[in-house]
Design a protein around this ligand. Structure first.
Ligand code: PLP
Length: 424
């Protein structure tokens, strides 16, 4: 499997048809629990002497196929799926960190993640320093004695900054902390952060991977490269009170984090994915490589078209020659730069609202990565709870409109935006 190319893995990885009565499609195993052969078998499963299904909050055969497929596609040793991207991020961090620990994060993050790091985790004693991610060394400079993770988005939403992952991963290695990359906007079809030094990759499966705006989901993929015995993570090297004395690193080696996500993260926080959603997301994943190509083509075409409009003050898309991130995009996203385009409209906040209200094919809603085109004005919606300064750090100006360009015919998309311009 590991030698196959992405488009093949997206269709086949993780599914052994001999294990599913020959079904060519991945079946939905809609069951909460699994019959044990006898009490010894059950005891072995609980003690990890044998691996198998116990209860769907921990794992499920449909979810497991999705996990194996995503791990294969991102180049990890294991993956764990969650009820949403946010459940993956919060459980991923809470499984790793404790009160007193510190994170260094890019200031250009998805609004929900920013709030988790800026408001909610500090309440639990976990603090974050936000840094300018365009300078990899700013991560190293922000490291403290209690720093235990770096967190970034490979292609920031909605700033669309392409990060120098190799540079930041060098700083993470020097600090002996795991480098966590949210790869949602770039998708594994365009960028594999593990190749550039990421230790942990996270996706909201709700976006391009599910791809059709019908199911929430999230995943954590473990590269299996991080040394949990480096002295910074005693929870991995000392007997775990949470799992009858298990010493994760001794028993599970480089799969320690993957297992901790299941045995403690899912068991205690409970953010499990429904097998029905896993099925839906598998349908999406199978066509990700062809869809993302069309998303990227349409987005680049529209971005160029917008650059030539007099009503438009500026356009941001990493594939444009005018983008400050063009060189990084050439290195990290040579196959396409995904489907998000942002632009500023002459007339600022009010004109942006009016334009956003006037489109018909572009639906006004808070999501990205749907096959259907979407539009939003972040300053009045997704980012309204941030101060103007925090909005600016996240790359949100008052005049900014965010498009999630779908895979409709490009001429129809241009005609829709043309009509919205006329309404101004
Ligand atoms: C949407 C999104 C999330 C959160 O995912 P949900 O599935 O909505 O919980 C996290 N990161 C990024 C970059 C996103 O776009």
């Amino acid at each position: 499997m590991s030698d196959q190319k992405l488009a093949t893995k997206a269709l086949h990885a993780g599914h052994d048809t001999t294990q599913t009565l020959g079904t060519r499609a991945v079946p939905i195993y809609q069951s909460t629990s699994y019959v044990f052969d006898n009490t010894d078998h059950a005891a072995n499963l609980f003690s990890l002497a044998e691996l198998g299904f116990i209860y769907t909050r921990l794992n499920n055969p449909t979810n497991d196929i999705l996990q194996k497929r995503l791990a294969a596609i991102e180049g990890g040793i294991g993956a764990v799926v969650f009820a949403s991207g946010t459940a993956a991020i919060s459980t991923g961090l809470l499984t790793l960190l404790k009160a007193g620990d510190h994170i260094v994060a890019s200031s250009s993050l998805y609004g929900g993640t920013y709030n988790l790091l800026n408001v909610t985790l500090p309440r639990l004693g976990i603090s974050t320093t936000f840094v300018d991610a365009s300078d990899p060394e700013s991560f190293g400079r922000a490291v403290k004695e209690n720093t235990r993770a770096f967190f970034v988005e490979s292609l920031g939403n909605p700033k669309l900054d392409v990060l120098d992952l190799e540079g930041i991963s060098r700083e993470a290695k020097a600090a002996k902390v795991p480098f966590i990359v949210d790869n949602t906007v770039a998708t594994p079809a365009l960028l594999n952060p593990i190749k550039f030094g990421a230790d942990i990759v996270i996706h909201s499966l709700t976006k391009y991977i599910g791809g059709q705006g019908n199911s929430l989901g999230g995943v954590i993929i473990d590269a299996g490269n991080f040394d949990w015995a480096n002295g910074n993570f005693p929870e991995f090297t000392e007997p775990s009170a949470g799992y009858h004395g298990l010493v994760y690193h001794e028993a599970l080696g480089n799969a320690s984090y993957t297992f901790k996500l299941i045995l403690e993260g899912l068991r205690d926080f409970g953010g499990a994915m429904s097998p029905f959603n896993a099925f839906q997301i598998i349908q999406g994943l199978e066509t990700l490589p062809v869809r993302i190509k069309q998303h990227s083509e349409n987005a680049l075409d529209l971005a160029k078209w917008l650059e030539n409009r007099k009503e438009v003050a500026w356009v941001n898309y990493p594939g444009l020659d005018s983008s400050p991130y063009k060189d990084l995009a050439d290195k990290y996203l040579p196959k396409g730069q995904s489907g998000i385009v942002t632009f500023g409209i002459e007339g600022g906040f009010e004109a942006a609202k009016k334009f956003t209200d006037a489109t018909e094919i572009f639906s006004l809603l808070a999501n990205i990565g749907d096959t259907k085109s979407l539009i939003i004005h972040p300053a009045s919606t997704t980012h309204q709870q941030l101060t103007i300064e925090q909005q600016a750090d996240a790359g949100v100006s008052q005049d900014l409109i965010r498009l999630s360009v779908g895979i409709e015919n490009i001429d129809d998309l241009k005609a829709d935006l043309e009509n919205a311009f006329k309404s101004l």
